[in-house]
Design a protein around this ligand. Structure first.
Ligand code: DC
Length: 223
């Protein structure tokens, strides 16, 4: 049976990971969070104080990122170490955005991402899934929301995990800075694929957003 590929792209904080995970669970597909792979590489480079592109490239051959699934939950392994939680800090977010602009880093992950999608039906989220990684995906969704709304969501999420780490204004500034970095980089910039359906979640809660995404899948897949 042919694997079904659903590509979900969009800026940070649009609800991609939560919604892609929910969609995958609903459809019985595997959820692949590609941002976590960039985060794992970024985490390693921070730990090794690899500050410029040359230093990051030198490290790449010894960085092995793998995904493991237990009870349907994705865990990210960095050279065998489970880094799923430690890669979620604001520092790693900024570093991930920086390392993801390095062509060799993207190349390092591309083959693995394509293989995962060839082997099984997936909902894969990221920035370039519909445009570069899976150009032939049967469903492409571009998920977005206003920068203010995305910052508000990220702020509330951070407050729950690490209260007082960043103010709302700082989170908003980070969101705007990351959007700029992710959309203006030369390689695989964040952009909506021509055949992607835009889903704007600014005024929608999670259930409503999920329903909008499911509606797109039903239409495209005829299910
Ligand atoms: O989705 P996220 O916030 O976990 O992603 C972290 C960073 O990785 C983000 O700033 C951009 C980058 N990224 C990318 O360039 N391409 C992807 N497919 C996924 C993430």
């Amino acid at each position: 049976m042919q694997a079904i590929n659903i590509a979900v792209d969009g800026p940070s904080g649009a609800g991609k990971s939560t919604l892609a995970r929910r969609l995958a669970a609903k459809l019985g597909y595997i959820y692949v969070d590609t941002g976590a792979m960039y985060r794992a590489i970024a985490y390693h480079t921070l730990r090794c104080h690899a500050e410029d592109e040359a230093a990051v490239m030198e490290l790449l051959p010894v960085i092995h990122v793998t995904l493991k699934y237990s009870d349907g939950v994705q865990r990210v392994l960095l050279n065998g170490e489970d880094v799923s939680e430690v890669i979620r800090t604001p520092e790693v977010s900024m570093a991930a955005s920086r390392v993801s602009a390095i062509p060799a880093v993207r190349e390092h992950l591309l083959g693995m991402q394509r293989q995962l999608a060839a082997e099984q039906s997936v909902v894969m989220d990221g920035r370039d899934i519909g445009t570069v990684v899976l150009p032939d995906a049967q469903v492409k969704i571009f998920l977005t929301a206003s920068a203010e709304k995305r910052a508000e969501r990220r702020f509330l999420e951070l407050e729950q995990k690490q209260p007082g780490v960043q103010t709302y204004e700082e989170v908003l500034a980070d969101v705007i800075r990351r959007d700029k970095q992710d959309t203006e980089r030369e390689i695989a910039p964040l952009r909506q694929a021509e055949d992607a359906v835009l889903v704007d979640t600014t005024n929608a809660d999670l259930d409503q957003s999920e329903e909008m995404m499911l509606a797109v899948c039903r239409e495209k897949l005829g299910i």
